[in-house]
Design a protein around this ligand. Structure first.
Ligand SMILES: C[S@@+](CC[C@H](N)C(=O)[O-])C[C@H]1O[C@@H](n2cnc3c(N)ncnc32)[C@H](O)[C@@H]1O
Length: 282
């Protein structure tokens, strides 16, 4: 079989489950990882002969994609902020909106300073590692309750040649002496159980619920805990940055008391949705 026939076989196997453009995007991505072919090579080398093992590999990929398993988990990697990250079903797949959060922090941070930064709910380590990469003088701490996630974050730190200090802890119970961080950042779980019905099966059935969901009647539980610990563990004029639930922008803002924080900035995305917030410690 030639590569072009494999391409047809792959498309036919997934049509009806995904839009055609997405199927092609999967195919190009797999070819890049498996053959080291760029998109153009897939067409220029369309007559390449495919081995029986490769064909079987593609059959396996199709059957996994038919269950809506995310392509990032199947291939084991994703990219975030121009860096490569290992991912598996112990960690959330990093999202583009989180890249915006990292870009916002970097825009407002002096990269020459020796900062102390804490990323809470680090997952794959995407926020912590991207910050460490662009802030070479910073000491970056990455906290998560999941040991499996921290193992991946540590792997990703090594892969991207940065240092991370990993902390395994439950943020809802973490009691610590004053740490004096310059920046505390978090993209904590914030999807209410009742928002589940709007979620796609690739997220709902494959990504870790520990990373996603909060109870309907206490959706800001993580934000409350982090604002509380920021009062003690953030330096004067240090910053808290959050990615937030787009429906709870004003409620999240209200958690920051004016006695402890000022200069609150709620940031919207291009669709006018509340996506992130920053507060400065008094
Ligand atoms: C929305 S994910 C964010 C992952 C990553 N920072 C990102 O932006 O892609 C939330 C993370 O919080 C972690 N988490 C959930 N409950 C926690 C808790 N009680 N204490 C600490 N981390 C927790 C999850 O394991 C998960 O990695």
């Amino acid at each position: 079989m030639q590569l072009k026939s494999l391409h047809n076989f792959f498309q036919n196997g997934l049509i009806g489950y995904y839009p055609k453009e997405e199927i092609n995007a999967f195919f190009y991505r797999i070819c890049e990882q498996h053959f080291d072919y760029k998109r153009i090579d897939v067409h220029l080398k369309s007559e390449t002969l495919i081995s029986a093992e490769t064909f079987e590999y593609f059959e396996t990929l199709i059957s996994r994609l038919l269950t809506y398993e995310p392509i990032q988990y199947i291939l084991g990697t994703t990219s975030f902020f121009g860096l490569e990250f290992k991912v598996d079903d112990n960690v959330l797949i990093p999202r583009p909106e989180t890249e915006e959060l990292v870009a916002w922090i970097l825009k407002q941070t002096d990269s020459s300073q020796a900062l102390k930064i804490l990323d809470i709910g680090t997952g794959s380590g995407c926020i912590a590692i991207s910050l460490a990469k662009h802030l070479p003088n910073a000491m970056v701490y990455a906290l998560d309750v999941s040991p499996a996630a921290l193992k991946i974050a540590q792997h990703n730190a090594q892969h991207n040649a940065v240092q991370l200090k990993c902390i395994e802890a439950d943020i809802l119970e973490w009691t610590t002496a004053a740490h004096a961080f310059d920046i505390i950042v978090s993209n904590p779980p914030y999807v209410r159980e009742r928002e589940k019905e709007r979620m796609a099966p690739n997220v709902l059935e494959h990504e870790p619920h520990l990373a996603l969901f909060v109870e309907n009647d206490n959706p800001l539980i993580f934000y409350k805990a982090i604002v509380g610990l920021s009062k003690i563990n953030l330096k004067k004029e240090g910053f808290v940055y959050f990615e937030i639930n787009e429906y709870l922008g004003e409620d999240t803002k209200a958690l920051f008391s004016s006695t402890d924080f000022d200069d609150l900035q709620l940031k919207t995305d291009i669709f006018g949705k509340h996506r992130m917030i920053r507060a400065t410690k008094r």
